[in-house]
Design a protein around this ligand. Structure first.
Ligand SMILES: [Zn+2]
Length: 160
């Protein structure tokens, strides 16, 4: 893309940390993660994409709480009674090129064919890690979760 500040073709700077806006309710993390690509030359914002983050940790919490309380595997856990909080969150921008095509022949063998550079698709995405804590009556259970998604570069929203 052309950088608006210097009017030259700009390489993407992907070093900006994604912006996270997450919340937790009953063991389920929801919110958004926004990635921005800026121009390497002048730092102008060129493209962005916002991902809807959903990390369902209810099963993990039920297991963790059963273990904490020494309950049987099939015991009911009332997550409503616990107080949830995100104790740690981090995100990084991911990037990959689709450099080859694969095709499966009739006999089952997979043929890999390189894609010429100018036709390669470029993907940008986000990887989110969270640590969530549930507490009740002085007891605490901790669970980790992650989310990952990507979008084709050409499908991102342009900011210039
Ligand atoms: Zn520039």
């Amino acid at each position: 893309m052309i950088c608006p500040s210097c009017n030259k073709f700009a390489a993407y700077d992907t070093s900006a940390e994604p912006e996270l806006d997450l919340s937790i309710e009953d063991g389920e993390v929801t919110g958004t993660a926004r990635i921005v690509l800026t121009s390497e030359c002048c730092g102008d914002e060129l493209k962005e994409s916002t991902f809807d983050v959903e990390i369902d940790l209810t099963r993990e919490f039920e297991e963790a709480i059963r273990a904490k309380l020494g309950l049987a595997d099939d015991a009911q856990v009332d997550l409503d009674a616990w107080e949830f909080g995100i104790s740690q969150e981090s995100a990084e921008l991911t990037e990959r090129m689709e450099a080859e095509k694969t095709r499966t022949k009739k006999d089952g063998t997979v043929v890999r064919k390189p894609i010429p550079f100018r036709y390669q698709r470029r993907y940008f995405g986000v990887h989110v890690d969270v640590t969530v804590t549930a507490s009740k009556d002085g007891l605490e259970a901790e669970v980790e979760g992650s989310y990952e998604d990507e979008v084709q570069a050409s499908g991102m929203d342009e900011l210039t």
